[in-house]
Design a protein around this ligand. Sequence first.
Ligand SMILES: Nc1ncnc2c1ncn2[C@@H]1O[C@H](COP(=O)(O)OP(=O)(O)OP(=O)(O)O)[C@@H](O)[C@H]1O
Ligand SMILES: [Mg+2]
Length: 1042
Amino acid sequence: MTLLEGSVGVEDLVLLEPLEQGSLLKNLQQRYEHKEIYTYIGNVLISVNPYQQLPIYGPEFIAKYRDYTFYELQPHIYALANVAYQSLRDRDRDQCILITGESGAGKTEASKLVMSYVAAVCGKGEQVNSVKEQLLQSNPVLEAFGNAKTIRNNNSSRFGKYMDIEFDFKGSPLGGVITNYLLEKSRVVKQLEGERNFHIFYQLLAGAEADLLKDLKLERETRCYVYLNRKVSRVDGMDDASNFKAVQSAMAVIGFSEKEIQQVLEVTALVLKLGNVELADEFQANGVSASGIRDGRGIQEIGEMMGLNSEELEKALCSRTMKTAKENVVTALNVVQAQYARDALAKNIYSRLFNWIVNRINESIKVGTGEKKKVMGVLDIYGFEILEDNSFEQFVINYCNEKLQQVFIEMTLKEEQEEYEREGIPWTKVDYSDNGVICNLIEHNQRGILAMLDEECLRPGVVSDTTFLAKLNHLFSKHTHYESKVTQNAQRQYDHTMGLSSFRICHYAGKVTYNVNGFIDKNNDLLFRDLSQVMWKARHPLLQSLFPEGDPKQASLKRPPTAGAQFKSSVAILMKNLYSKNPNYIRCIKPNEHQQRGQFSSELVAIQTRYLGLLENVRVRRAGYAYRQGYRPFLERYRLLSRSTWPRWNGGDREGVEKVVGELSLSSEELAFGKTKIFIRSPKTLFHLEERRRLRLQQLATLIQKTYRGWRCRTHYRLMRKSQILISAWFRGNMQKKRYGKIKASSLLIQAFVRGWKARKDYRKYFRSGAALTLANFIYKSITRKFLLGLKDNLPSTNILDKTWPAAPYKCFHTANQELRQLFYRWKCKKFRDRLSLKQVENLREKLCASELFKDKKASYPQSVPIPFRGDYIGLQGNPKLQKLKGGAEGPVLVAETVKKVNRGNGKTSSRILLLTKEHVILTDTKKSQAKTVIGLDSVAGVSVTSFKDGLFSLHLNEISSVGSKGDFLLVSEHVIELLTKMYRAVLDATQKQLPVTVTEDFSVRFKESSVAVKVTQGPERGRNGKLSCKKTGSRCLDVTV
Ligand SMILES: Nc1ncnc2c1ncn2[C@@H]1O[C@H](COP(=O)(O)OP(=O)(O)OP(=O)(O)O)[C@@H](O)[C@H]1O
Ligand SMILES: [Mg+2]
């Protein structure tokens, strides 16, 4: 809050002490002198025209004010614009900015500042920017055509303007609507001393290219034109030429086509040229004065430009057709009347052109009907005017200002006080002047001045401004706000300022004396029908479209509404519009009459502050509350500040509000609870609330963001998961399907192969290709059969020794034949074996053993094979004598034969009987039947035989055996094979040991303690006769020849 801190005077007059007119003026002056042109009364902005460019505008300041609330910075028009815009955007409340003040007080400048601020802070974007541009560019166009230099203001708006800027819900401008009020068209034909016509005429002449001027048939010099005051053609600080360029480009930006711009300029030029049409007296044959056009060339050019026959135009200007019941009567106009007609035409063309331009702009900035809009209205209407000679225009202008003052009173002073009463807030009433009675005086439907004027205009009979004044004098003779010479006289007042043809109204802003001359005419605002008809006939499309009533088909006898009635109704619409919106006031004050910077005329300002009711405004404001709002909207806005009311509140609105403000611990003086509203005394408290809300909103926004982000991520994750599952399901499915497809295809292939194979198998026999095989098989089988059957019939004998076997008839049977031969042979053997008795088996075993021991080792072996082993060669069975030899030996005698024993000492042989039992070898002397030597088989260590055919063998004994001490035996047997075989078997049976049988020609024989080396050689007989000779060749050598 910068209130008071380092400020010049007080920034808000509410804080003024003492509160009186003098201090108020002083405060304003003090601030003005310090170039502080803005001051507040609460939320009302007072602006004093600085008449100089102050460095307090532009983007930098806009940026500053958009970030702060109303009272945080120095008073500024931007702060007010910011409050209005934010309230529109954030609270969804339509706004209106009412800019009031005298002519030259700075209303138009203020409205432009507001617009430029809003344009700078509202949304951006291509579309938005183009709308903004169009809205802003409407100003230079309207100013060119509607503003003029007056004595009070070099750029005085000569029309009222109300502009609705429409926004979307985001606060971006969508477009707008401009309403214009009552252009001061009389200025077209006549200006006061020191004033100018509308800017556009001067701009056109100064700024148009030579070609364009030629096209428009214009001269560059302003003095060539009657309608342009010859004395003042330039305004200081105003560059008409460059302004013309600006207007042209602004029109293009708004959307005027080149053709449209050209036509607008043509019509403007036509107005200028019309002013130069000189009329001269003429007399008709009957002596009645008439008029004619003096300079034929001028009217010719006008006719060409309008696309009209110049004679027709002249006729329309210089005569008038009266319609009676039976016929049309044409009356000639005298010069004065013709001049009047010419000027009326010029004024009408110009004012209609101005309306057309406004409508054309509206067309460009129009917003589609479908969109929901918020509206900010900016009202820049002509200020209160008190001239030396006030006419109808001043009357309606001042009426409008009176109405605006009424709006101000209604909406601030009256409404405010009434509201406190309504809401039951303790309140001391503040007096203020209510101008309702003045408004009534002017606008009352039956008894108002405007109603009287209309009545007079419509009344049949002789009607004049004097009759109108008489009527007013009669009606308002007792009215406190009405004066005239007649009423003054009645009250015996003497006032030399009051003329006979004048009346005076005590407006809220002061007394204004109006000259009644011209009221009737101006109110009628009639253009002779001849003129509108001829204009409608023009081939110039724009001009023609300006006079639709000239169309004979459209012509109606009904009178158009009077200017006063039109104005009254448009003011009524405006008021309704303003009442529906939240008002924001800018009260413009003019500091001096000379448009001088730094001059502060206290008297002038005092008048203005008085009629603007600023002091009353401050009083009401001071006594009251800065802010109020219904419980419900207040609760809706601030309930987020309390935990009890946020997020849900089920109680009543008022209780809710009490809860919220209770928790915020606001001072009780700051608040008042009305019946339906809460009142907040100082803006500071409101800003405190707003700040708290802003911070809380940030928190909540973060919360919402957080929740939303979480939700979004979760949803996204779920979606991804779902998708992933779906994808994998599809993928797996697909994979399985592919696998299944493969398996199926494979099994089908296998099946097909198997079936094919089976089928081929079944049908192979039918195959031509298989026929050869079948045949071959058949042949093969048949020759096999033949071979086998033949074999069966030709089997060789079953004698096992018969090894003959029929040869195979074909080579292919060779292996089979060999196998069969083997089989047959084995079978034969088996048969043979099966036939053998046990004894034979035993014999054969012995034979087998003999074969193992001697086959291919001993030369006598082959001879022994066919001879069966007899065992007993000495007739032991039948000889009991010999039986005794057996002695005590157990079991049967395995071999009994006579052997020769070689004497190891001398080599001589002696016969012995040898008995082999299962356990012993018994050697007895043939002569003595007593056993001589019994050798246990376990004592036999081995035998040695020769490989020759002889029967010599050595029986090696273990040294430890009882007989062993005598040494080994060297014996000769005729059945050496049988004997040794049986001995071998007996030793095996008895001792489970294999008897070592050595086949050798050199062996040693133990003899007592020594041994004798026996060397066997073959004699010529080769041992066949069984004889052998032993020769001792040393003590230890024995040569044996066999
Ligand atoms: N804020 C301002 N800063 C600088 N000059 C200003 C300011 N306001 C007004 N002026 C000056 O005052 C002149 C008159 O202002 P403006 O045209 O706004 O008056 P007005 O109230 O619209 O008058 P009228 O009722 O005649 O149209 C401007 O041309 C400009 O020179
Ligand atoms: Mg203005």
